[in-house]
Design a protein around this ligand. Structure first.
Ligand SMILES: [Zn+2]
Length: 217
């Protein structure tokens, strides 16, 4: 089984978003007022060439994010806290083609969460089954979702992923899980915290366990 790390551009954030200063609202204010930016950080997606079909974990950001007005101007985080660098050739569609994997042949797209730098490339996968934790999808809805920074109006028209409900089947340190493959070697586990319904992906292959942590690492 082959696993590919795919870089879909870079993002710069404030140094205090990484290290954190204060708690609650003050932590956000401190972050946005921070004059220091991180160096460009890679935006990763992962590709698993599984015998049951290709699995893509997260889809990166779209190059449209570089266009003025793509992000909501009223939102302080997009105005003050983040700078994306994504060109068309950085998008997940181009990266998959370069690996010899047509995006339309991807069977599953698993989104660890729905922040824009993990879901911006969804338009490359009109045929894949897309999975998101139910709790995460629900968090994106309504005015609360917009304030939290989700961009549901940028998703493909009619976007409706398969919503994952975890069942009480323990895996490692996790009391709940969701089995993706028939073979049972790819399992989704709840890793709530970075976002309300964040999940991570566990793969057992080649005698090793691989953990695709998303933004919890
Ligand atoms: Zn995130």
């Amino acid at each position: 089984m082959k696993i590919h790390a795919v870089q879909t551009g870079t993002v710069r954030i404030k140094t205090r978003q990484r290290s954190g200063q204060g708690v609650g609202l003050m932590r956000i204010v401190n972050t946005l007022r921070d004059p220091e930016w991180t160096p460009p950080l890679p935006i990763y997606a992962w590709v698993i060439e599984h015998p049951e079909g290709v699995i893509v974990v997260d889809v990166g950001e779209t190059s449209r994010a570089m266009q003025r007005g793509y992000y909501p101007r009223w939102h302080p985080y997009y105005g003050l806290g983040v700078r994306m660098q994504v060109h068309p050739e950085d998008e997940i569609g181009s990266k998959l083609q370069a690996l010899g994997i047509p995006p339309q042949e991807v069977r599953w797209v698993v989104l660890t969460h729905l922040h824009c730098d993990h879901s911006g490339g969804l338009h490359h996968f009109p045929k894949a089954e897309i999975l998101v934790a139910r709790k995460e999808f629900q968090a994106t809805q309504g005015i609360g979702g917009r304030i939290a920074g989700y961009l549901p109006h940028r998703w493909p028209d009619g976007f409706m992923p398969r919503l994952v409900d975890f069942i009480p089947e323990p895996v490692g340190a996790f009391s709940e899980s969701f089995r993706l493959t028939k073979a049972g070697d790819v399992v989704l586990v709840p890793m709530f915290g970075h976002s309300p319904g964040h999940l991570s992906v566990m793969l057992n292959a080649n005698g090793l366990s691989y953990f695709f942590a998303g933004d919890t690492s």
